[in-house]
Design a protein around this ligand. Structure first.
Ligand SMILES: O=C(O)CCC(=O)C(=O)O
Ligand SMILES: [Fe+2]
Length: 522
């Protein structure tokens, strides 16, 4: 789809102020092209016959009275946060009737008279607003949902800023979530071996905002996504989902369903907590499938000062560090972190996964701020550092222009038999497709070998040291015909290309968020 056509379609869609629900109400049977997403190659655990992959459900019923039980719960939270980055909680103290009323409140908001609802439609940050696809005009495929956004703490919303149809329940529910947050951060602090008040004392409960999503039934669910793959850029998220499923968590190169459970809340670790726990806890990627039945609703409450940033400095918690476990990240402030990611994403410098406000735009590990301190694996062979590699004009050019191409050129179809780590698989797939991009777009007519140059014929330029930047766990993908280097010009060209390709590899190997399906801002 040409960019200008896409732009026009996006604008027309935006101007209706009716969102995806408006399309469904108009009776469409085919979804507009702006919603088309490239197919995903990763499998669902259930399709592979794995039945034992289930996200832990943790019962908080007696943790206040029974110390032993509290210890057991803390242990389970620790395990879930280290392995999954996700768990569900039941008997958390919020009455089921409040949860049900919150879900109903969301339905009432999205299903109210459209003229009243349109009053809330905007892309500007307001205490409460509604929109469809916050970053509609970025390069991302549009997702099949409408959302409202509400800032809850530290500045509680004024009642008059909230829509009448869900005002009371929103206030009640957010007070409950704030209370629950204090308990969760106590348990998470204990799970990290810290004093129970540690995470609260460093401000983890200070900020809260809600995104509530309305996913209408989709006539062609296989062509689009409800929410694209992302991780949350916050400390933790408390998610209430209605009665229709679709949420999936990425785990061991598979998508694991997280089906709704009456009375339960989903808790997931965000990028900030991963970062301050020095990678002990994992911020897992997740997504929501579009569904032929609907509407599905959800309310995600993000513990982050994202909408009221403070100058507080965060970094790996000192008490968790030791000689064997040195800090993996630099310190950061929330505003810098957000600004950095937003700029990166909106510039298209690095195509990111999800640019909704406060969400994971890029993985913390890859940011300049909060960036991994470890020397690059490639330092010993004289490669650029990762930030420099991001600046590589060739990298920018291909990553930004060729992302859809990446999706279609990856030749790796079977991952389940590849016994390598997930990053490696992603890396392999990306390298494979990136190289194909290079070959198809730019260099098909140039004679060269990409990775292992032959020695030039005697007397034709200096011998080339075979540089193999590929770590053993990323096999070199098979690649297209390359004839011999036969003159000095080609040799130089090859060397430039090799450097650039190596920069790709430097970057891509670390960028789990650059997705092989299609990197984008959703
Ligand atoms: O709708 C859902 O279940 C998940 C939404 C989500 O992941 C988010 O808003 O960050
Ligand atoms: Fe999320």
């Amino acid at each position: 789809m040409a960019d200008s056509d896409r732009e026009k379609e996006l604008k027309a869609f935006d101007d209706t102020k009716l969102g995806v629900k408006g399309l469904v109400d108009a009776g469409i049977t085919k979804i507009p092209r702006i919603f088309h997403h490239p197919p995903d190659n990763f499998k669902k655990a259930s399709d592979l016959g794995y039945k034992d992959y289930t996200i832990p459900v943790i019962d908080l019923a007696s943790i206040r009275e029974d110390l032993r039980e509290r210890e057991r719960v803390v242990e389970r939270i620790k395990e879930a946060s280290e392995t999954w980055g996700f768990f569900q909680i039941v008997n958390h103290g919020i009455p089921v009737s409040t949860l049900e009323e919150m879900v109903d409140g969301v339905l009432r908001f999205f299903e109210q008279d459209s003229e009243v609802k349109k009053e809330f439609y905007t892309r500007e940050l307001r205490p409460f607003f509604y929109t469809s696809n916050y970053n509609l005009y970025t390069t991302a495929p549009t997702t099949w949902k409408d959302s409202f956004y509400c800032n809850l703490a530290p500045n509680a919303p004024k009642p008059e800023d909230l829509p009448a149809v869900c005002r009371d329940i929103l206030v009640e529910y957010s007070n409950e979530v704030l209370k629950l947050g204090t308990l969760l951060f106590e348990l998470l602090s204990e799970a990290l071996g810290l004093d129970p008040t540690y995470l609260t004392n460093i401000g983890c409960t200070e900020g809260l905002f809600a995104f509530s999503h309305y996913y209408p039934a989709c006539p062609e669910p296989e062509l689009t996504m409800g929410t694209a793959k992302h991780s949350d850029m916050d400390f933790i998220t408390v998610l209430l989902q209605g009665h229709i499923g679709g949420l999936q968590v990425f785990h061991k190169d598979m998508w694991i369903d997280l089906p709704p459970l009456t009375g339960a809340l989903v808790v997931n670790i965000g990028d900030f907590l991963q970062l301050i726990s020095n990678d002990k806890f994992k911020s897992a990627q997740h997504r929501v499938l579009a569904n032929p039945i609907g509407p599905r609703v959800s309310i995600a409450c993000f513990f982050s000062t994202g909408l009221n940033p403070t100058s507080r400095i965060y970094g790996p918690i000192k008490e968790l560090l030791s000689e064997d476990n040195p800090a993996k990240y630099r310190e950061f402030t929330v505003p810098k972190f957000l600004a950095h990611h937003r700029t990166k994403c909106l510039n298209g410098t690095l195509v990111a996964e999800d640019a909704d406000i406060g969400k994971a735009i890029n993985n913390a590990r890859d940011a300049d701020i909060g960036k991994a301190i470890n020397p690059t694996e490639d330092a010993d062979i004289g490669l650029l550092s990762e930030p420099e590699a991001y600046e590589s004009p060739v990298f920018k050019k291909y990553v930004t222009q060729c992302t859809p191409h990446v999706a279609t050129t990856c030749s790796i179809t079977s991952r389940t038999d590849l016994k390598i780590e997930s990053e490696a698989i992603l890396g392999l797939c990306l390298f494979d497709s990136m190289e194909r991009c290079l070959v198809q777009h730019e260099i098909a007519n140039v004679n060269y070998r990409l990775f292992r140059p032959p020695s030039p014929p005697p007397g034709r330029g200096p011998p080339i040291e075979p540089i193999d930047p590929i770590p053993p766990w990323i096999p070199s993908p098979p690649i297209v015909p390359r004839t011999k280097l036969d003159n000095h010009q080609h040799l130089q060209y090859y060397q430039t290309l090799l450097t650039e390709t190596t920069k790709f590899r430097t970057v891509l190997r670390r960028c789990t968020h650059v997705s092989a399906e299609l990197s984008h801002c959703s």
